[in-house]
Design a protein. Structure first.
Length: 466
């Protein structure tokens, strides 16, 4: 089922969403991108860390599903009202127009429905039903691909593509997925009673608040860039950033497939040191290997990639944005693996501290760089922030879980890290024939996989069985 996710998400991001941006003007799509990120800034209000808390609790004891669900759903319904109030209040302070508020209410609906989809999916994942979770993961994308494709190419009278209809298609898709999830979980939620009593919700909120702080801090420094670009240099520059961001986001979706499996897996096996060490080591090496290849390729062939995805809008500035973001992806990989391990172990104290530092660093860099360098400045701020936080997650795990590197393995991986940039970036200036260059890259990838010790796939067998 994860293969299905790896097929569907790129179609949505690299084909459908890209086609939407080609049809709409840079200002219109740039405004949508900034407002979407703005709505994501306050997503934590809808979650408060409840999904991560639910996974860690239910993975250990499935009998808690109904008892927790009543309180969590009651709280999430109240939080939805609070969320809309906060988004509109801050939007008013920022001076958003009535047209922007009309789009923002739809984006709020998308976030609210996404919150409920993620919560119900967290129950499915906690039941270790990963294949079904994979189906639900892509179901909304499959539906929205169908709806938006009809708007783009269906030539249906009075239903041409507009940014409002684009948002409405997403609302409809998520609504259908919520209904499907409720039907699937009906046996587990049959005895549930939704509670709106604060006395019963207060203990739950007390347990979930460390997760909430972490998600808040990470969400703000992840989605602040698009909002700040809009406020500081305008919608058109936000559109340029979105061009480079799209491919980076597609790759991030690939990596998050692992993270979605790792959190419940780590929660269930947190006391099995041997399995934890093997899985974290292999997964991190696998994702870093892919990340290094893609970041180097984006530096050399970034513009070519964007011209394939967005032939009408691709430019040198967006290619630089892509290259910077892809190098930042290496930090995201460390966060996805080692952050999931720390979350499963409920070791959130250090995570929250470093997330707060990362947020401060990200805000300072954005304010310093965006006015002068626009989208490229925001991408640089993201690169530094992601790498810093990812490295901190790794350092904490290294000390806390006594993760060990064999000397021979460390030397081998270091050799692979050196080989890949040399083969992809350095040799490009001496090779005019792209085919020859790609043949050299192919050889380097095979050799690099050996140096990264990726052929020992037996370390993933236990994860696949789970």
């Amino acid at each position: 089922m994860q293969v299905l996710n790896l097929l569907v998400k790129p179609i949505w991001i690299l084909i459908i969403d890209a086609a939407v941006q080609d049809v709409l003007s840079p200002e219109v799509y740039g405004n949508y991108f900034a407002l979407f990120n703005f709505s994501m800034l306050f997503f934590i209000v809808l979650d408060l860390g409840l999904n991560s808390f639910n996974i860690t609790e239910v993975s250990r004891d499935n009998t808690k599903i109904a008892s927790l669900a009543g309180s969590i759903l009651g709280l999430k319904l109240m939080l939805s009202v609070v969320y809309v109030g906060i988004v509109f209040s801050v939007g008013y302070i920022l001076g958003y127009t009535s047209q922007e508020f009309s789009l923002l209410i739809l984006l709020c609906g998308i976030q609210i429905l996404s919150s409920f989809v993620q919560y119900f999916r967290s129950i499915v994942a906690s039941l270790q039903r990963f294949k079904l979770d994979g189906v639900f993961l892509v179901l909304d994308r499959v539906l929205v691909i169908a709806f938006v494709s009809a708007l783009l190419w269906g030539e249906i009278p009075l239903l041409s593509l507009t940014i409002t209809r684009f948002a409405l298609a997403q609302v409809l898709s998520l609504s259908l997925v919520v209904l499907v999830l409720l039907v699937f979980l009906r046996n587990h939620l049959g005895n549930m009673r939704i509670s709106f009593q604060l006395n019963s919700l207060r203990p739950l909120m007390k347990k979930a608040w460390p997760f909430a702080i972490l998600v808040t801090l990470m969400g703000v420094y992840t989605y602040m860039d698009g909002v700040m670009i809009k406020q500081l240099v305008g919608d058109a520059e936000a559109g340029t950033y979105a061009l480079g961001y799209r491919f980076y986001f597609a790759i991030l979706m690939f990596a998050q497939v692992f993270s979605g499996v790792l959190l419940p897996f780590f929660s269930k096996n947190i006391n099995n040191t041997e399995i934890i060490q093997k899985i974290t080591s292999y997964t991190a090496r696998l994702l870093l290997f892919g990340g290094i290849i893609l970041s180097c390729l984006s530096m050399v062939y970034g513009l070519d990639v964007l011209e394939i995805i967005n032939p009408k809008r691709a430019n040198d500035a967006s290619a630089v944005v892509l290259a910077l973001l892809m190098f930042g992806f290496l930090g995201s990989v460390l966060t996805l693996v080692y952050g999931a391990l720390l979350t499963a172990a409920k070791e959130l104290k250090w995570l929250n501290r470093f997330a707060a530092i990362t947020l401060g660093l990200n805000l300072m860099l954005n304010y310093a760089l965006i006015p002068s360098y626009g989208a490229q400045g925001a991408a640089s701020a993201t690169l530094v922030s992601q790498v810093f936080f990812g490295c901190m997650c790794y350092v904490i795990c290294f000390k806390m879980f006594n993760l060990q590197w064999k000397k021979s393995q460390a030397i081998s991986v270091l050799a692979g890290v050196t080989l890949l940039p040399l083969s992809i970036i350095y040799t490009k200036q001496y090779l005019t024939d792209t085919l020859v260059h790609f043949m050299m890259i192919s050889v380097a990838i095979v050799l690099g996989a050996y140096l990264f010790n990726l052929f020992e796939v037996r370390h993933l067998k236990s994860l696949r069985r789970k």
